[in-house]
Design a protein around this ligand. Structure first.
Ligand code: GNR
Ligand code: NI
Length: 172
């Protein structure tokens, strides 16, 4: 089932999310719906708060090359356990901030620990777009958006555009 994505500004996108204490069938079903919503958008990642659920759950698939097999990842309670000194600049976007893009500097590589859908602990190092995306998603779990890295004036400009967009979307 495809889920509606919250658009910034929304108080739910500013909240720190709670760790998932136990995996349940409901949470697994939510992860499946989030993947469907992400692929449909289309996007390369999605965090639970973007669909109004304040739990530490993200999904991602940065395999954007048409020829390679998809690699959907579901991460419960993801944590960055190591990061590189080297940084990378990526032009980021966000499904909660449609059609707005800006360069963000982040560590080039990160090691992430998480629980998979079966509840098994996983750990993997990511680089390139995967590293950027997983950091962007974990930021969502801490109430942080990519525009929070921008200068206040640029952030304000984007927020005003989103307020206007939401007003237009709400009009009959
Ligand atoms: O689809 C998305 N693309 C993207 C591009 C560059 C850096 C981060 C991202 S994540 C984004 C989907 C999204 O909003 N996830 O929270
Ligand atoms: Ni996002």
């Amino acid at each position: 089932m495809k889920l509606p994505i919250l658009i910034h500004p929304d108080p739910r996108l500013k909240k720190a999310c709670a760790p998932v204490p136990d995996l349940s069938d409901d949470l697994r079903a939510l992860a499946k719906d989030m993947l469907e919503t992400m692929y449909d958008a289309p996007g390369i990642g999605l965090a639970a708060p973007q669909v109004g659920v304040l739990s530490r759950l993200i999904v991602l698939d940065c395999q954007k090359d048409e020829n390679s097999a998809p690699r959907p990842l579901v991460m419960f309670n993801p944590e960055i356990v190591a990061l590189s000194e080297d940084v990378n600049v990526y032009e980021e976007g966000c499904l909660s901030i449609p059609d707005q893009y800006a360069e963000v500097t982040r560590p080039e590589a990160v090691t992430v620990a998480w629980l998979d859908e079966a509840g098994n602990p996983q750990e993997e190092e990511f680089d390139g777009l995967w590293a950027t995306c997983v950091q962007h998603e974990i930021d969502h779990l801490n109430g942080k958006l990519f525009i929070d890295y921008l200068k206040p004036l640029k952030r304000q400009m984007i927020t005003r555009k989103m307020v206007k967009l939401k007003r237009e979307m709400a009009r009959p």
